[in-house]
Design a protein around this ligand. Structure first.
Ligand SMILES: O=C(O)[C@H](O)[C@@H](O)[C@H](O)[C@H](O)COP(=O)(O)O
Length: 275
């Protein structure tokens, strides 16, 4: 594990030897965050984005030390029918939710068939209905989700917050509608940046060679604010962790520090979630 400075404090960067090892490390990270939240409040809130990140949740399947009955889940949504191959909800269901006993009533679900602005209002309503003990709010009134797991696109987008878009700079609102998304499908609903940053344990998961360039730019190059939305992920009081594998970390300067051998300080221990 090594750290990079970021605008909001240090980022803990974990580099795993394979995507399998990364999934196991991520499962330990989520399990520890869940155990701490359940011990403290009797509930654990988890926000998932879509894309390839969802595959890394496989390490949670079969974990007997996790009380899935206390989980409440949010999924970054594309405004498509839940049966669509593009649905992030369907992907989360296929990879995790059908394999672990999270009660269906605790998985917040997109209302199908609404114009995207109304779908966002409806989804935000479901979050607002959660009581303070399930979803506490910070001093600014934003929900403090226990664990936020984000993928990152090659353009640096996170959730459905794309570069140089109005939604990415929004300072108000919990769930925002997105139209004309540069990544298909065009309509999405997304957590706002202030909500991502109110998270207690926020992890960016980027695996594989295809992510090497954006990982290097995000961690080592200073860009204009909003040019790489992932750089705006700076938890207010929570902890930021990046989960990488050797391929996605291969363009980082740290690779050269290890005597040109491309050897990384391996993550023998999973990242420790903040309380
Ligand atoms: O719905 C989505 O598309 C996601 O919520 C999005 O933020 C995703 O996590 C990134 O685009 C990375 O996706 P890949 O890892 O598949 O490139």
């Amino acid at each position: 594990m090594f750290t990079y400075p970021s605008g909001g404090g240090d980022v803990a960067v974990h580099v795993y030897g394979s995507d399998f090892a990364a999934a196991a490390g991520l499962a330990d990270y989520v399990a520890a965050a869940a155990a701490a939240a359940v011990a403290q409040r009797g509930a654990f809130t988890l926000a998932l984005s879509g894309g390839s990140m969802v595959k890394s949740l496989a390490g949670l399947v079969g974990r007997e030390d996790v009380d899935f009955s206390k989980w409440v889940l949010y999924v970054d949504e594309r405004n498509v029918p839940l049966s669509s191959p593009d649905s992030n909800h369907a992907a989360a269901h296929a990879q995790l939710l059908r394999k672990v006993p999270v009660p269906a009533s605790q998985v917040l679900t997109l209302k199908e068939g609404l114009p995207v602005a109304q779908a966002a209002v409806h989804y935000e309503g479901q979050l607002l209905e959660l009581s303070g003990s399930v979803l506490p709010r910070n001093a600014a009134g934003f929900p403090e989700i226990d664990c936020v797991l984000l993928g990152v696109g090659p353009d640096g987008h996170v959730a459905s917050l794309f570069p140089n878009r109005r939604e990415t700079a929004a300072t108000e609102g919990w769930v925002l509608p997105v139209s004309n998304s540069p990544k298909p499908p065009p309509e999405r609903i997304t957590l706002s940046m202030p909500v991502l940053n109110a998270g207690k344990n926020v992890a960016v998961v980027a695996l594989g060679q295809g992510k090497a360039e954006v990982v290097q730019r995000a961690l080592e190059v200073q860009t204009l604010p909003g040019a790489l939305p992932v750089q705006l992920v700076q938890p207010t009081s929570g902890k930021l962790t990046w989960v990488l594998d050797e391929a996605s970390a291969s363009s980082l300067a740290v690779a050269d520090w290890a005597a040109g051998s491309k050897k990384f300080p391996r993550s023998e221990n999973p990242p420790k979630p903040s309380a």
